[in-house]
Write a protein that binds this ligand. Structure first.
Ligand code: TRP
Length: 470
C-alpha cells in the first residue's frame, strides 16, 4: 500500500529546515578552524567564490531534482535512469559516514553545555588538557553521543512536518539570537579589530592547491550538498513553492552563519592574544579559554555558545538521518519508525568506532590508510565524496534531464518566472563540473592522504558496478 508522501507545512518551515540542515558544525566548528589554519581572509574569499558560483547552483539543482521526482536521494536518480542509481547510493553511504563522526562532535557540544554550568570550564589553564582527556576517554563521550543521537531519533521519528520542521522553526531563530549575543560581546573587547582584520583582509601567502580543495569540500559540507540531502528535502516541497528564491535564501543564511561564527570567535581570540591555527580543538579549547578570561559573564556566554553549537549540530544531523530514512521508506517501503531506529543504531556503531579512534585506539590506524576511523569518515566524505557527488548531480541534471523539464519545474509550470535560468543552466552544465574537476586534480597533486583519495575513488567505482539493484 502506497502512503501519501509527507510535505512541509509552510514555506517558512521549509526554509528553516533547509537552513537548519546547512547551518551546523560545518559553520561553527569547522569553518572557524579551517579559516584559522588557512590564513584567514584569503581562505574566506575562495570559500565565498565557491559558495556563490558552485554551491548555490548545485543547491538549486538539488531542490529541483527532488521536487521534480518527489523522491529522495536514490529514488530521484533511479526514477530517471537505473544507470544513475549508484550516485544516489553514494549519497546514502556518505550519510552513514558523516553520521559516523558528526554525532560524536554533537555529543561533545552537549557535554560542554553541562560543563559550562558546573564550572568545569572556569580554569583557563586546565581547559586544553581537560578536552584531550574528555574526548579520549572510552565511555563518557560515547554516552553523550548516545544522548545526542536520541534527540535526533526523537525528532526524525515524528516525521517531516511534526518533527524536523517543527524543531527547526523553534531552534533556528533561537540559534541566531544566541550567536549574535556572543559575537556582539566579542566585538566590544579591546583589541577586537585584529580579529576582524584576520577575517576580512586576505593574505594569499598561505594558499596552496590544498586550500582550494579544503574550501570546495567545506562549501559542499556547509551547504549540505553532494549527497542527496537537499534532494530529499526538496522532495517534500509542495508544487507551488518557489525554488530559486529558496535556494538563494538558504545559501545566504548559511554564509551569514559561517561569518557570524567567525565574528563570534576571532575578535575575542585576538583580543586575548591567542593562536588562530590550532585545528579542530578551536571551539572546544580556545573558545572556552577565552570565556574563562572574561570574568562573571564568561560562564554565561560559554553556556550560550555551546547551546548554540548543539542546536546547530542537531538540526543538521536530523537531515543526514532523514536521507537514509527517506531512502528506506521510498525504496524499501519501510515504516518510518523502523527505519529511524535501525539507521540510528548503525550510525551509533560507527560513532563508537570514531570516538574510540580518538582515545584508546588513537595509536592504531586502518591498515594501509594511515588514519583512524574518525579521520577516515571525515576526510573521505569532505574531500572526496561530497564534491564528486555534486559533480554527478550537476552532470545528471545538466545532461540526463531535459532542459525544458528543468525550466518547467523551476518556474512552477509557468506560474512564476526565473530570469536567471540560462545563466544557472550554463553554470550547472559546464562551469560546475569543470571547476570541481580542476580543483580535484590540483587537490590530488597536493594532497596529504593520496591513498585515502584513491580508496574513495575505488569505492565509487565499485558502487557504479554493483549498486543497480539497491
Ligand atoms: N551542513 C551541515 C553543517 O554544516 C552538515 C550536513 C548536514 C551535511 N547535512 C549534510 C553535510 C549533507 C554534507 C551533506 O554542519
Amino acid at each position: 500500500m502506497e502512503t501519501k508522501r509527507e510535505h512541509w507545512g509552510t514555506r517558512f518551515g521549509f526554509i528553516m529546515a533547509a537552513a537548519g540542515s546547512a547551518v551546523g558544525l560545518g559553520n561553527i566548528w569547522r569553518f572557524p578552524y579551517l579559516t584559522g589554519a588557512n590564513g584567514g581572509g584569503a581562505f574566506i574569499l575562495i570559500y565565498l567564490g565557491f559558495i556563490f558560483l558552485i554551491g548555490s547552483t548545485v543547491m538549486l539543482a538539488e531542490f529541483t531534482v527532488g521536487r521534480m521526482t518527489q523522491k529522495a536521494a536514490v529514488g530521484a536518480y533511479k526514477s530517471v535512469s537505473r544507470n544513475w542509481t549508484f550516485a544516489g547510493v553514494m549519497g546514502v553511504l556518505s550519510a552513514f559516514l558523516i553520521m559516523g563522526f558528526y554525532p560524536v562532535v554533537g555529543g561533545w557540544a552537549t557535554a560542554y553545555i553541562l560543563k559550562s554550568v558546573t564550572g568545569l570550564l572556569s580554569d583557563s589553564a586546565a581547559i586544553g588538557d581537560a578536552f584531550g582527556a574528555f574526548i579520549s576517554a572510552p565511555i563518557q563521550p560515547l554516552l553523550w553521543t548516545v544522548l545526542f543521537m536520541l534527540f535526533n531519533i526523537f525528532i526524525v521519528i515524528r516525521g517531516v512536518g511534526k518533527g524536523i520542521e517543527m524543531a527547526s522553526k523553534v531552534l533556528m531563530p533561537l540559534l541566531i539570537i544566541l550567536l549574535l549575543s556572543v559575537a556582539g560581546y566579542g566585538l566590544t573587547l579591546p583589541g577586537a579589530q585584529e580579529g576582524i582584520r584576520f577575517l576580512f583582509v586576505p593574505d594569499f601567502s598561505a594558499v596552496t592547491g590544498n586550500t582550494f580543495l579544503s574550501a570546495l569540500g567545506q562549501a559542499f559540507f556547509s551547504l549540505s550538498l553532494g549527497m542527496g540531502c537537499m534532494v530529499t528535502y526538496g522532495s517534500y516541497l509542495p508544487k507551488d513553492s518557489k525554488l530559486p528564491s529558496s535556494a538563494g535564501v538558504v545559501t545566504a543564511m548559511d554564509t551569514f552563519f559561517a561569518i557570524l561564527a567567525g565574528v563570534a570567535i576571532f575578535p575575542a581570540l585576538f583580543a586575548f592574544g591567542m593562536e588562530p591555527a590550532v585545528g579542530p580543538g578551536l571551539v572546544f579549547v580556545v573558545v572556552p579559554q577565552i570565556f574563562a578570561r572574561m570574568g562573571f559573564i564568561g560562564p554565561v556566554l560559554s553556556l550560550v555558545f555551546f547551546v548554540a553549537l548543539m542546536i546547530a549540530a542537531l538540526t543538521s544531523s536530523v537531515s543526514l538521518l532523514e536521507v537514509v530514512v527517506a531512502y528506506l521508506m521510498d525504496e524499501k517501503k519501510w515504516q518510518r519508525s523502523k527505519a529511524v531506529i535501525a539507521t540510528g543504531l548503525v550510525m551509533l556503531v560507527l560513532c563508537s568506532l570514531a570516538s574510540l579512534s580518538l582515545g584508546i585506539w588513537s595509536g592504531w590506524t586502518i591498515p594501509g590508510l594511515g588514519v583512524g576511523f574518525f579521520d577516515f569518515f571525515d576526510i573521505l566524505t569532505d574531500k572526496v565524496f561530497l564534491a564528486i557527488g555534486g559533480l554527478f548531480l550537476a552532470v545528471f541534471a545538466g545532461f540526463q534531464l531535459k532542459k525544458e523539464d528543468l525550466y518547467r519545474e523551476l518556474t512552477n509550470h509557468g506560474e512564476t518566472t526565473f530570469p536567471l535560468f540560462d545563466a544557472w543552466y550554463f553554470l550547472l552544465k559546464f562551469i560546475v563540473p569543470v571547476a570541481i574537476g580542476i580543483v580535484a586534480i590540483f587537490g590530488l597533486l597536493d594532497i596529504e592522504q593520496p591513498v585515502l583519495m584513491i580508496t574513495g575513488l575505488v569505492i565509487i567505482g565499485l558502487l557504479a558496478l554493483f549498486s543497480k539493484k539497491l
